[in-house]
Design a protein around this ligand. Structure first.
Ligand SMILES: NC(=O)c1ccc[n+]([C@@H]2O[C@H](COP(=O)([O-])OP(=O)(O)OC[C@H]3O[C@@H](n4cnc5c(N)ncnc54)[C@H](O)[C@@H]3O)[C@@H](O)[C@H]2O)c1
Length: 410
């Protein structure tokens, strides 16, 4: 491994890390994610302080948490007494001034570096030196957020997925200064909350948003090239690949603007690596305001009942493409590039092979982890496929990872 890319964390003694598993937790930002995280922490037994900058915002989120807990009680998933005790443990607060001492603070404010940096500097100043300072950022580098924190070894990412009470996956993200003791503590805590934590370094997109890039990109390129229409490509990935949704319908579901923003962020943060160049197809959709389901049109056009009106696959074409030449086989091409991306992350030392597979199964509901899939297909076969694509489409997008041929993942 390139020593510059060695992401192992500092090995401070574990006694540096806080020990109380049931200490007070503050959640900063009571929006979609913050409210869900507060609910999870309270159900796990913590006293939770939910904070928002908008006056009354945290209080109204607390009410929504109460309603969500009631729904769980009605469905028989949570005992009434457990739900009311969890809600009673949550207090709402306007602003971080006077925030009581906490064992853990999770920031879930909007995705702005400046805002998060200011929040972390203020939190570090006013919280005890052992308080774990976590961010739920989806895309910002942990080192950048921790820049103005005097003791950045306690700053890390706890990347929950939406909605936090339902999604089991949490990416525990470490910056270059994060101490191993804090990462271990946060990982154990997430397990205690009933989550499945995976660890990764603060690489662009972390695990899920990085490895998933080719899932969207290959499909968009195949449609752009006129090989098949969106419905046929989606049908192939769903029916032949076992993915819960096709890549194009999934971008309509996520929102073309949101998906393009994530892809662009990874592209920019990797120094505009060719591998992540956004497609013209997606840029044009966003420019045209075809943002997906939320605007009634994206890749597909949606009727008043919410169903797409133009999603009829060409099944005869689909059968011809799958197992045919690689360049026009949506499934083989996508799988080869997913495996390539996944092994490359491991090769750079940014996450373990097991964690990559767990993250993609739980975060994206892929039917198999891409590394296990690569083992099944054969890394030598994938290496030949990526090289073939590289020859057909030169320019760096289809750069084979050295990990496909160096035997490290066999
Ligand atoms: N929405 C998702 O699917 C998702 C998934 C994973 C991670 N994230 C990340 O989680 C974070 C929050 O996202 P969200 O979707 O919950 O956003 P949101 O807009 O729903 O909520 C953000 C909340 O933070 C509040 N806020 C703004 N400035 C604040 C401050 N200085 N102090 C306290 N509160 C403040 C806002 O009033 C708002 O209520 C972002 O970093 C986002 O990238 C979002």
């Amino acid at each position: 491994m390139d020593p510059d890319l060695d992401t192992s964390t500092r090995t401070d003694s574990p006694e540096d890390a806080p020990t109380s598993s049931f200490g007070r937790v503050a959640v900063i930002g009571a929006g979609a994610m913050g409210a869900g995280i507060a609910q999870v922490a309270a159900v796990a037994g913590h006293e939770v302080v939910l904070v928002d900058v908008v006056p009354g915002g945290a209080a109204s989120s607390r009410e929504k948490i109460g309603a969500a807990l009631e729904r769980l009680v009605a469905k028989g998933r949570v005992e009434e007494s457990h739900a009311s005790a969890a809600l009673a443990r949550i207090t709402a607060r306007d602003g971080i001034d006077g925030l009581p001492e906490c064992a853990l603070v999770i920031e879930a404010a909007p995705e702005s570096l400046e805002l998060k940096r200011d929040l972390f500097a203020a939190l570090a100043e006013h919280q005890p030196s052992t308080t774990v300072l976590a961010t739920n950022t989806s895309s910002i580098d942990i080192d950048d957020i921790a820049r103005d924190v005097t003791d950045p070894e306690r700053v890390l990412g706890l990347h929950f997925f939406n909605p936090p009470p339902v999604m089991r996956l949490v990416e525990v993200v470490h910056g270059t200064a994060t101490s191993r003791a804090y990462v271990e503590h946060a990982t154990t805590l997430m397990e205690a909350w009933g989550k499945t934590p995976v660890r990764c370094s603060s690489t662009p997109g972390f695990i899920v948003n990085r490895v998933a890039r080719p899932f969207y990109g290959e499909a968009q390129r195949i449609v752009e090239a006129g090989v098949a229409d969106a419905a046929t490509v989606d049908w192939i990935l769903r029916e032949k690949g076992g993915f819960p949704m096709g890549p194009l319908e999934l971008t309509d579901f996520i929102g073309q603007d949101v998906n393009l923003a994530v892809g662009t962020s990874v592209w920019e943060q990797t120094g505009r690596d060719e591998r992540y160049t956004p497609t013209d197809l997606q840029r044009r959709l966003v420019e045209a305001g075809r943002l997906g389901r939320k605007t009634g049109a994206g890749v597909y056009t949606y009727g008043t009942d919410g169903a797409p009106t133009d999603a009829e696959p060409d099944l005869e074409l689909a059968e011809r493409l799958v197992g045919g030449p690689l360049e026009t086989d949506p499934l083989a091409r996508t799988l080869a590039m997913l495996v390539n991306e996944a092994v490359d992350l491991v090769h750079r030392g940014e996450a373990s092979a097991d964690d990559v597979d767990v993250a993609m199964r739980l975060g994206m509901r892929y039917p198999k982890g891409p590394i296990a899939w690569g083992r099944e297909i054969g890394f030598d076969v994938v290496a030949r496929q990526v090289a073939e694509l590289d020859a057909a489409f030169p320019g760096g997008r289809y750069r084979p990872s050295p990990a496909l041929t160096d035997g490290s993942l066999a």
